[in-house]
Design a protein around this ligand. Sequence first.
Ligand code: F6P
Length: 344
Amino acid sequence: MRIGMLTGGGDCPGLNAVMRAITRKGVNTFGDEMVGFEDGWRGVMEGKLRPLDIESFRGTLPRGGTVLGSSRTNPSKTDDGVDRCIATLEREGIDALVAIGGDDTLGVGAMMAERGVAVVGVPKTIDNDLSATELTFGFDTAVSIATEAIDRLHTTAESHHRVMVVEVMGRHAGHIAVWSGIAGGATMILIPEEPFDIERVCDGLRRRHEAGNYASIVVVAEGAVPVEGTIAVVSGEVDQFGHPRLGGIANTVAAEIEARTGFESRVTILGHVQRGGTPTAFDRVLATRFGIAAIDAVHDGAWGQMVALRCGEIVRVPMAEAVGTPKLVDPALYHGVAEHFFAG
Ligand code: F6P
């Protein structure tokens, strides 16, 4: 078969490992011919592709990013975008397409499958907020990076008796914040799922500092929101999938804490550091398992399906099931575990 691959949306450590696995099994086991579309759906729309083989992925297992490039281009937001994609696939003789991406990329994949395109999906996002899979690769790497940052912030926070507000990624869900916050022993964790009351945050910090702990770490997910009508936040520009560009809520939180409590506060916005660089061993293994399962799905003709992790097993689920509704933080983990340590 002649198989195309693409990586769409925000990049993620482990993307190369997925494509390496697909290519190795495709070429060695099935005798497939592989091609890669550049920069996600944009490459399909604009007919930008190149041949790929086992050599193309040598040395890429520990390499972050994606050798194919990525974009947030949404063909359905461009005149004739979907038709142009389908025309490219026909013109280039593509028998099957593997779309590796998050909610948006897979949403387009599901739309293409409905139009009769032979497409299989692989879930990806550092945010780990994709429904239908218990985990996405890249999440473990992001949590490790954020945890290391929190560990480092503890010592400088203690030396200066400061409140350190650390912003991590997490647009719709606070998985990175909760995991890194628990692992790093954060004083408080603010997530999109639970609008925060800044006065309650400040009360908690006051109680902690009065009890003799003169330093605190507040982890805030970039998508965290204050309780309506409490404090104002600025929203940024919107991408082709309608998502605002986030980043900066930590500045508001730190300024409010300092103004309300008098505790000196500092901000660290981890940003894209969480997405760059080498994947952890866990993410490399998960990505490799997804890649092997994806090429098997292609050869089984499982169109419109996505590979997913459930109860430790790699399974197939309809791509449409994975998109639309984000997977949120388990309230038992937030209220029962994370919150248990708040301000203590
Ligand atoms: O891919 C998910 C994500 O990392 C979000 O956590 C974050 O809001 C967004 O991507 C950032 O996107 P960009 O790299 O386009 O600024």
